[in-house]
Design a protein around this ligand. Structure first.
Ligand SMILES: [Zn+2]
Length: 400
């Protein structure tokens, strides 16, 4: 059994980080469970929790366990939860037509979400200027300084916070989004706010892994399609796999033969354009004026009575299955979480999707994978919050 050696501050710091992360991902935890999962003695766990309480990150409550069927021992159960005064961050998500902004709390909880339309044209200056204005308004009115800002971009993002390919905004290649937003905030008098930038689908993956359908998985692959294009992420032991330069898991650009549609990346036949809602609508027949995702979901809904809808759904499932099989063969995840239109396809046609994946799969291993539909309502925004909270989760003493 491990104890906290007083001579090793690094190990105490690690235990603080692990304990805060456990409470963050479970929101409330029984102290006895925390002791077991930390692998510490009760005394050592007590020391760790006391320090986190002193930092106003958690608080302990004493309650009688009320689980039906659990034999009561007469001993009260000590519960640990996120402290109401714990630091918060500001989470921002850039979408194709609007910006979402909300306060994000430890525990994966968002405050009120505001949505503001993007300016036209959507240049880096106009979009980042709008975000700086929205953040400044929040920073000026809040009585609590946020711990940082997390920005989710519809773009591959380099490890230095550069938006490498923000196609939905028609941005040029390599816009240094983090540097520009930091400079704009400094000009508005907020020079001490740390800005973090990530890819939207990557951040949704992180949120699902910590607070949604990926909880408990060791290696979770997340694949989603919203309105246009396909994104995803791989989360290993609670951390995003970002690759050497920050943009690993650009899942949308896996080729899915025999597709030949031109992709925004310059290649042809990528999952991004062969298996997104636009691809489903192209295959389903006459164009519609409905928003893309709604129209695609309507096609899925009428597949049993409309042969063209049936054929379109089968085509997209076949291409998605090919793309997923390639990723599963390479990555060997223990769970696959599907979001957006793919969550609907999984719910509607799990058997077809599974048999398509198995047909392309190495060693039939895909048949044993746990597939789930994404569970969070605002995964990307929650993930942007996770990005900005990460330094605090890594080193809870920064809250001092
Ligand atoms: Zn592509």
């Amino acid at each position: 059994m491990n104890t906290i050696p007083t001579t090793s501050p690094d190990r105490v710091g690690t235990s603080l980080s692990r304990a805060l992360t456990l409470v963050h991902t479970n929101r409330t935890a029984l102290r006895s469970d925390l002791t077991e999962r930390l692998g510490l003695t009760r005394t050592a766990t007590g020391l760790v929790l006391r320090e986190l309480e002193t930092l106003s990150l958690i608080r302990s409550t004493t309650a009688t366990r009320a689980d039906p069927g659990t034999p009561t021992t007469g001993r009260p159960s000590h519960t640990v939860a996120i402290h109401p005064d714990a630091p918060t961050v500001l989470a921002v998500q850039v979408q194709a037509r609007s910006v979402l902004i909300a306060e994000a709390h430890l525990g994966g909880v968002l405050g009120q979400v505001d949505e503001v339309p993007l300016p036209e044209p959507t240049t880096p200056e106009s979009v980042l200027g709008l975000i700086a204005d929205l953040l400044s308004a929040r920073l000026t009115t809040t009585n609590r300084r946020p711990f940082g800002v997390g920005l989710a971009m519809p773009s591959a993002v380099g490890s230095d916070g550069t938006a490498l390919a923000a196609h939905p905004l028609a941005w040029p290649h390599a816009v240094p989004a983090r540097r520009l937003l930091t400079e704009l905030l400094a000009r508005a008098g907020h020079s001490d706010v740390r800005v973090h930038v990530g890819n939207d689908a990557n951040l949704a993956a992180l949120a699902e892994s910590r607070h949604g359908a990926g909880q408990g998985a060791a290696q979770m692959l997340y694949v989603m399609t919203g309105q246009v294009g396909v994104g995803g992420g791989l989360v290993i032991d609670g951390r995003l796999h970002l690759g050497s330069a920050g943009y690993a898991l650009e899942i949308g650009h896996i080729p899915v033969p025999p597709g030949d549609h031109p992709c925004r990346c310059g290649n042809r036949g990528c999952l991004d354009v062969e298996a997104d809602p636009m691809a489903l609508l192209r295959a389903a027949g006459p164009p519609t004026t409905e928003p893309t995702l709604d129209a695609a979901l309507a096609v899925i809904a009428r597949r049993r009575v409309d042969p063209q809808a049936r054929a379109a759904v089968d085509l997209v499932i076949g291409r998605l299955a090919g793309g997923l099989a390639s990723m599963i063969n390479i990555l060997n995840p223990d769970r696959v979480v599907l979001g957006g239109m793919y969550a609907e396809l999984l719910a509607a046609e799990e058997n077809r999707l599974r048999s398509g994946i198995t047909a392309h799969s190495f060693l039939d291993q895909a048949a044993r994978i746990d597939f789930r539909s994404a569970g969070l309502g605002a995964a990307t925004l929650v993930g942007a919050g996770e990005l900005a909270l990460q330094p605090l989760l890594d080193d809870p003493r920064l809250a001092a």
